[in-house]
Design a protein around this ligand. Structure first.
Ligand code: ADP
Ligand code: MG
Length: 689
């Protein structure tokens, strides 16, 4: 490998400098320090990883059930082990020729022929080859950049003459000590050394499970950078200007009228959230609040109140939703509520005809529209809000960072930011809220409107699909409506569409007197909207759907939901889908159909869904499974910003670090800045959203 080639491949990994290399910490370690006999490995079974060695006594390419390479090794004690490769190169066959001595490392599984390793790591070495004396670090990498290249680069970086200066201690020792009283923390340099090259005497378990003081030090460093950055964002926001709308109604009495006309009373949780928003709106700096409430908790009416308050003060309000269907729902609901009060509403989405679009834009830019509802078409070019005071962004994690920024800039002409309310049905566990949302106030609607019966969730085997028809008819006879959700086929949209069409035909056939509708992602926005409208009006009794209905759709009369191949959906998706029923007073049922081959994870997921309807519990499980990136949307989580910490386990660390960040910003601003640069550099931008 020439020097040049290796440096470009390191660039691919984002490793531009010695410091980058030193901060590129292992994602895990391999323990190659121990050698087991094959008998020991086979005896232990069940997914444990072992390193064994032996000579090849058989090598064969099999063609059933598919082409594969089978190698059998035997060790000195006479134990034999099958090794199997489903993809392989001729060079591997050569490396593992009969009689060759191999050292292999992998997971023991109970295979077709007996205990085996599939795709183990293999080294051709003599039996007496020495074992490493300590853990072997494994680094995250990209295609074409081997582990040895990274290890070499890191090793070299540690030889840099200016190493001490590079990794010089920035944080004042006494402050660190004061905050982390009972935690003994190594210096940063020594922590980094330990993590890249653990020594024999280190506690290897705690290095592997990331509780070693060296990890602690690094976790604190990284978390601290993030917290400082978030606090700075907050300070900047408080320094900006927004319209201060006094909490007292202006003159029109429009809010009272609205509340009087509502067919229901606000729940306590709704009233409390509304008060919190009202207070924020009265401040001269922009609100940045998240209204969080489980599906069906009634966020829309709170948003409507805030919009109306803003209109009452003579400013424009906007409501933006990530999909046409969702935007349409808001439009319909809010028109019903607000048009009778004389509020002028503009409707703007990408699927409008050019002429309609122009009209809507004109209505908005002339200031005639008091409320604008739509998709991200609202923030695209050609839309100017002369007096935007308040904006609602529904399901904000579905928008990209940039899209949200644009909405903020809209008001620049008057040098005012608009107050922003985000709404989300994805409950965010507290640890996440603290780490990623330090600049976000949160209101929580933690009770459902009264009179809702809980949703009964049933797990039913796929083979019994036909038996569902009876129950389905019974529901229809009561005048209720049904969602039938088609399986998710991630590899192929075409296939997914095909199943949806087939299911639609199957139901039409089985129930000739019932009106069955079909909705999927390939339809045009207008078509989708008109189907949803028909369903909302009861003209369609059973709606066969792909996941396009996942978010926000509100048809209270629908009381039965059937989800096919529920095992293919994730926690959040299932929870969202299920939330489409149980919105009226009728008892609702959700049936999760599942296929025959359930993985353990899928089983647990379906069981959890059956047992609880609590979005927070479901979100916690989801977080444990997938990490924050997917829960919040990749960008929002600052991508790989917190790489070293398990937020589930280390909540205490977050609290302490937040305290430290505040202390540094107050007493040692230059240190805070320096620390930020070291850890985030240009990535700090991600957090500004
Ligand atoms: P989400 O929080 O999922 O967006 P919605 O705002 O769509 O929920 O409200 C769900 C349903 O509950 C709607 O039909 C809405 O009109 C109704 N609703 C909202 N608040 C109340 C309440 N306080 N009492 C009764 N029904 C309510
Ligand atoms: Mg909603």
């Amino acid at each position: 490998m020439t020097k040049k080639a290796s440096s470009t491949s390191l660039e691919k990994l984002g490793l531009h400098s010695n410091l980058d290399c030193i901060l590129h910490l292992p994602i895990r370690y391999e323990d190659e320090t121990k050698l087991s006999t094959i008998a020991e490995a086979v005896g232990a079974f069940g997914g444990m990883t072992f390193q064994v060695q032996g000579s090849v006594v058989r090598q064969e390419v099999l063609f059933r059930p598919r082409r594969q390479l089978l190698v059998v090794i035997r060790d000195e004690e006479g134990g034999e082990l099958f090794l199997r490769w489903l993809n392989f190169y001729p060079s591997q066959q050569k490396q593992m020729a009969l009689g060759q001595h191999l050292r292999v490392r992998g997971e023991i599984r109970d295979g077709f022929y007996g205990p085996e390793m599939v795709h183990p790591t293999v080294k051709a070495v003599p039996p007496s080859a020495p074992l490493p004396s300590t853990l072997t670090p494994v680094y995250s990498t990209v295609a074409g950049v081997g582990q040895h290249i990274i290890r070499q680069a890191i090793h070299k970086a540690f030889q840099a003459p200016d190493l001490q200066a590079l990794v010089q201690e920035i944080l004042p020792e006494d402050v660190l000590k004061e905050v982390f009283l009972n935690t003994s923390l190594p210096t940063l340099l020594s922590a980094l050394k330990t993590l890249h090259q653990p020594s024999k005497s280190d506690d290897l378990d705690s290095i592997q499970n990331r509780t070693h003081p060296a990890w602690r030090r690094v976790q604190i460093e990284e978390l601290l950078a993030q917290q400082i950055s978030l606090l700075q964002v907050r300070e900047k926001r408080l320094a900006r200007q927004a319209v201060a709308m006094q909490s007292q109604p202006v003159q029109s009495g429009i809010l009272d009228q609205f509340l009087k006309k509502l067919p229901f009373q606000l729940t306590n949780a709704q009233a409390k959230s509304w008060q919190e928003i009202l207070e924020d709106l009265s401040r001269p700096y922009p609100m940045n609040r998240l209204l969080q409430g489980d599906v069906g908790s009634g966020k829309t009416v709170v948003a409507a109140l805030a919009a109306l308050h803003c209109i009452d003060h003579g400013y424009q309000a906007a409501i933006m939703a990530p999909t046409e269907i969702l935007a349409e729902q808001h439009y319909r609901k809010l028109s019903n509520w607000l048009s009778p009060l004389g509020v002028e509403i503009a409707w703007l989405t990408g699927s409008l005809k050019a002429k309609e679009k122009k009209e809507a834009q004109e209505m908005i830019s002339s200031g005639r529209a008091q409320l604008a509802i739509g998709t991200h078409a609202l923030i695209q070019e050609g839309v100017d809000f002369p007096k935007l005071g308040f904006a609602v962004i529904d399901e904000q994690h579905r928008f990209g960072v940039k899209q949200r920024l644009q909405l903020q800039q809209k008001i620049d002409g008057v040098e005012m930011d608009c107050h922003q309310l985000m709404m989300s049905a994805t409950p965010i566990p507290r640890t996440l809220a603290m780490t990623f949302y330090a600049d976000l106030e949160v209101s929580i609607i933690d009770e459902l409107p009264p009179g809702r019966s809980p949703i009964v969730t049933k797990l039913v085997k796929n083979e019994r699909r036909d038996e569902l028809i009876q129950g389905l008819l019974a529901e229809l006879q009561k005048g209720r409506q049904v969602y039938w959700v088609c399986p998710l086929i991630e590899e192929s949209e075409v296939l997914q569409l095909k199943t949806a069409v087939e299911t639609h035909a199957y139901l039409q056939n089985a129930l000739p007197n019932v009106s069955v509708g079909l909705i999927h992602g390939k339809l045009k926005g207008v078509e989708k909207n008109s189907i949803m409208q028909d369903f909302a009006e009861g003209k369609i009794q059973i709606l066969v759907a792909t996941t396009v209905i996942e978010v926000g759709v509100d048809v209270p009369n629908a009381s039965l939901m059937i989800i096919e191949h529920a095992e293919r959906f994730g926690y959040a998706q299932l929870h969202q889908l299920r939330g489409r029923v149980g919105r009226g007073s009728a008892e609702s049922i959700c049936i999760l159909l599942y296929g025959s081959e359930l993985s353990l994870a899928a089983k647990e997921r379906l069981q959890t869904l059956k047992e609880t309807q609590d979005g927070f519990i479901i979100a916690e499980r989801d977080l444990a499974l997938r990490g924050p990136g997917e829960l919040l949307g990749a960008k929002q989580s600052g991508e790989a910003m917190l790489r070293f910490i398990d937020l589930q386990k280390e909540a205490w660390l977050i609290e302490k670090t937040q305290q430290l960040a505040k202390q540094l910003l107050t007493s040692y601003p230059p240190i805070a800045e320096k620390h930020l640069q070291r850890w985030l550099g240009n990535r700090a931008e991600y957090l500004k959203a």
